[in-house]
Design a protein around this ligand. Structure first.
Ligand SMILES: Cc1cc2nc3c(=O)[nH]c(=O)nc-3n(C[C@H](O)[C@H](O)[C@H](O)COP(=O)(O)O)c2cc1C
Length: 211
C-alpha cells in the first residue's frame, strides 16, 4: 500500500487543475484500492510562507520539517513520510499561484543547509508537477514551479511535469470580457486535448502507484 499526498494550489474546486488532480487520484486508486490518496486544498488553509524564524536551523535542533506551527504543520509532517507527492497549480502571471509558492517555501527551506548548501528532504519520493494554463505549447509565458523545481529535484528526485495548455478559463465566454479568446477555438482545442490531458494525469497516478 502506498500513501500519496496531492497538493491543490488552485482556488477553484471543480475546474481544470482540480479535475487533473482528481484524475491523478483515480489513477492511484485504480492501481490498488488499498492505496491512500490525500488531497489538500491550499486555499482552504490558513497559513503563511516561510516566517524566517530560523527554528529549523538552530544548532543541535536542526530539522528538515518546518517548525512553525499552523494548519500546514500536519500536512508537511505527512509529506515527510509519504510515498509520492503531487503538486498542482494554475499558472498565474507566468508562475504557480501565490499559495503554491508560499507552501513551497515552507516545504523546501528546512531542506536547505546553510552549512554546505545541500538540500535534504526527510525522504526521497517520486514527484509529479501538474500545471494548467491559457498558453499554447509554442506560445506561453510559463515559468512553472521556477526555482522551487530545482529544490524538489535535488531533495526528492526529478519530477514528472504534466501541462494542460489552452484550458477553458470559463464555462461560457459570452458572459465575460474575454475578446482576445475565441470560444469556438478554445472548444475545438478542448475537444482534441482535454481528455488526453486527463488521461496523462490518470496514467501518471497509476505509474506513481507502481502499477
Ligand atoms: C490571476 C490569473 C493569472 C493568469 N495568468 C496566466 C498566465 O500568466 N499564463 C497563462 O497561460 N494563463 C494564465 N491564467 C489562466 C489560468 O492559468 C488558466 O485558466 C488555468 O487553467 C486556470 O486553472 P483552474 O481552471 O484550475 O482555475 C491566469 C488566470 C488568472 C485568474
Amino acid at each position: 500500500m502506498k500513501k500519496i499526498v496531492i497538493i491543490d494550489g488552485g482556488p477553484r474546486r471543480n475546474m481544470n487543475t482540480a479535475q487533473m488532480l482528481q484524475k491523478f487520484a483515480e489513477g492511484v486508486k485504480t492501481a490498488n484500492e488499498g492505496n491512500e490518496v490525500k488531497t489538500y486544498r491550499l486555499y482552504d488553509l490558513d497559513y503563511k510562507g516561510c516566517m524566517s524564524c530560523m527554528a529549523c536551523k538552530v544548532k543541535g535542533k536542526a530539522s528538515n520539517i518546518c517548525k512553525f506551527k499552523d494548519p500546514l504543520t500536519p500536512i508537511l509532517e505527512e509529506i515527510a513520510q509519504a510515498d509520492g507527492l503531487v503538486l498542482g497549480s494554475p499558472i498565474y502571471f507566468g508562475d504557480v499561484t501565490g499559495q503554491m509558492r508560499t507552501f513551497l517555501e515552507r516545504l523546501c527551506f528546512p531542506w536547505l543547509s546553510y552549512n554546505d548548501y545541500s538540500l535534504t528532504a526527510p525522504k526521497r519520493m517520486p514527484v509529479v508537477l501538474i500545471e494548467t494554463m491559457n498558453g499554447l505549447p509554442e506560445r506561453n509565458n510559463d515559468n512553472g514551479y521556477g526555482s522551487m523545481e530545482h529544490c524538489l529535484t535535488v531533495a526528492l528526485g526529478a519530477p514528472e511535469r504534466i501541462i494542460a495548455y489552452n484550458t477553458c478559463q470559463v464555462k461560457s465566454y459570452d458572459r465575460f470580457e474575454l475578446a482576445s479568446f475565441s470560444e469556438p477555438a478554445k472548444q475545438q482545442w478542448r475537444d482534441i486535448h482535454w481528455e488526453a490531458d486527463l488521461q496523462k494525469a490518470f496514467d501518471a497516478g497509476r505509474r506513481m502507484a507502481g502499477y
